[in-house]
Ligand binder design. Structure first.
Ligand SMILES: Nc1ncnc2c1ncn2[C@@H]1O[C@H](COP(=O)(O)OP(=O)(O)OP(=O)(O)O)[C@@H](O)[C@H]1O
Length: 227
């Protein structure tokens, strides 16, 4: 068995409803792991805590209790510099990536900003290569976000993520807004990219066909607990 890439140990999280509302327990003692090169599925009804768990795994939120380990690093114990580096290694591909592009800027402006981020060093040619890897041509960058389709937005979001050379991508309902035929293309692309780039995936979906097509193993979440 390959080594463990990321592991959640007894993670719990609660949120408050409004400023002075009741506390709502979202995750209760959740433990799970992903090995190198593995695709792990998470299924479960709406509101059961799947996205909350992904944000915690990606270091975007802190758990109230429990630990997240990335290889031998305990996320809660690292300084800001290492935390930033960890954030680069764990990326989330969201359901509606189009909305994350600035609507009044052409796509090349949004993408160029990312290329110029600290820690991302990529020659122009490397960027074209990444676009081709996800089945896009540079021409798309001269458009505004509203001028591209849902499938193209998902490909572009994937290219943007690949720029940062992640080790784990959390796919949060990656195809749920797409037509069936585009959905199949994106899932095949995700599989190809994973194989080529040697990454791991966590995929969250309501669709059991999507999960069984993509996953090596599937966790089921109900009322904030995993089985
Ligand atoms: N920042 C927050 N503050 C308060 N409550 C929140 C917050 N984020 C999520 N919640 C609540 O936590 C619960 C779990 O939400 P979460 O998005 O993790 O569920 P999910 O399983 O991903 O749902 P879906 O499949 O519909 O996306 C929901 O009741 C949601 O309203």
């Amino acid at each position: 068995m390959s080594s463990v890439l990321i592991e959640a140990k007894n993670v719990s999280k609660r949120y408050r409803n409004g400023l002075a509302g009741e506390w709502q327990q979202i995750l209760t003692n959740v433990s799970m792991m992903v090995h190198d090169g593995e695709t792990v599925g998470i299924c479960g009804p709406s509101g059961c805590g799947k996205s909350t768990l992904s944000r915690i795994l990606a270091g975007l939120e802190e758990p109230d209790k429990g630990e997240i380990w990335f290889r031998t690093i305990l996320l809660s114990s690292v300084d800001n510099k290492i935390r930033k580096e960890m954030r680069r290694k764990i990326q989330i591909l969201f359901q509606d990536p189009g909305s994350s592009f600035n609507p009044v800027r052409k796509l090349n402006v949004s993408m160029n900003r990312l290329i110029n981020l600290p820690g991302v060093t990529l020659p122009r040619q490397g960027f074209s290569e990444i676009l081709h890897k996800v089945g896009l041509h540079e021409e798309i960058l001269s458009r505004y976000p509203h001028e591209i389709s849902g499938g193209q937005a998902q490909r572009l979001a994937l290219a943007r993520i690949l720029l940062t050379k992640p080790e784990l991508i959390i796919l949060d309902e990656p195809t749920s807004g797409l037509d069936i035929s585009v959905q199949a293309q994106i899932l095949r692309l995700l599989k190809e990219v994973k194989k080529r780039e040697k990454m791991s995936y966590i995929i969250i979906s309501h669709d059991s066909d999507v999960l069984s097509f993509m996953s090596d193993r599937i966790y089921s979440m109900e009322n904030g607990a995993l089985s």
